[in-house]
Write a protein that binds this ligand. Structure first.
Ligand SMILES: Cc1cc2nc3c(=O)[nH]c(=O)nc-3n(C[C@H](O)[C@H](O)[C@H](O)COP(=O)(O)OP(=O)(O)OC[C@H]3O[C@@H](n4cnc5c(N)ncnc54)[C@H](O)[C@@H]3O)c2cc1C
Length: 234
């Protein structure tokens, strides 16, 4: 059954990303960091990761339109109408954290996959997680790094690293380039000593998994929603 939420904020954030803040629905249902909800639009429902950590009095979504997608156009048209309330189903997804991992964590996001990763990242920080957290964010162009300042500030602590990685050649970009998985593999040699979360499209997630397993990584150390909603044929 769908749950009604008030829309508290519906505004452009940066570079085509919309920030939607919803009141917590009644009856209240707890979620864990990394889970998602489905947003009802007409007869359909679309999954969006919850971008904030549990414990707040709201649910935050970051939504980016996909070019040439009728479904995405439907979502945009609905939200452009500034509804005062929306219907959601939540919490969804099995790729989450509700207890602190014993080993250090690597968080890998591609594009809007950063939303799920932000919830995990924020939760680890609020829990004062003492192990290392390595956050990598892969994008095509630097303009897509709409949370760059946020993560730079949050990564000031000694246990946290934040590495944005841009895949398209850009003369103005002085940071890391290439594919995000390759950057992780280059920097961290002991991947099996970490718990790794990957958020992005199925192609990106499986590409990263294959890259890592080719050099001895054990797939059981990787978590992603993709493994549930787009399982690979055996
Ligand atoms: C579990 C899940 C969570 C999602 N969370 C978000 C979100 O927080 N913000 C957002 O803008 N879109 C998110 N999406 C994609 C969103 O559901 C679609 O954009 C939407 O349904 C419109 O359809 P589409 O044709 O664009 O979908 P698709 O063609 O399925 O997706 C298009 C875009 O969504 C991205 N995407 C795919 N899977 C995920 C994922 N797991 N997390 C984040 N991005 C993903 C892709 O990289 C691509 O850029 C999520 C999708 C899934 C399956």
């Amino acid at each position: 059954m769908g749950l009604a939420c008030q829309v508290l904020v519906n505004a452009a954030l940066q570079n085509g990303v919309r920030r939607l803040v919803l009141s917590l629905p009644e009856p209240l249902s707890a979620f864990s960091a990394g889970q998602y909800l489905s947003l009802t639009v007409g007869e359909k429902a679309f999954p969006f990761s919850i971008a904030n950590a549990p414990g707040a009095d709201h649910l935050e979504l970051h939504i980016k339109a996909t070019e040439n997608s009728a479904d995405s156009a439907l979502v945009e048209q609905f939200l452009d109408g500034h509804p005062s309330s929306v219907t959601i189903a939540y919490p969804l997804g099995n790729c989450f954290l509700n207890q602190l991992p014993e080993q250090p964590v690597i968080l890998i996001a591609a594009a809007t996959g950063i939303t799920q990763i932000k919830s995990l990242f924020d939760w680890l920080i609020t829990q004062q997680y003492a192990q290392k957290v390595h956050l990598y964010w892969g994008v095509v162009t630097p303009e897509e790094l709409y949370l760059d300042d946020y993560f730079k500030t949050a990564a000031a602590g000694p246990n946290i690293t934040y590495t944005p990685v841009v895949s398209r050649d850009d003369t103005n970009w002085l940071g890391r380039t290439g594919l995000v998985g390759e950057a992780v593999q280059h920097d961290l040699k002991n991947l099996n000593d970490h718990l790794i979360f990957v958020s992005g499209s199925p192609g990106m997630v499986y590409g990263t998994l294959d890259l890592f397993t080719a050099t001895g990584f054990d797939a059981k150390n990787m978590r992603s929603d993709v493994f549930d909603y787009a399982p690979r044929a055996l």
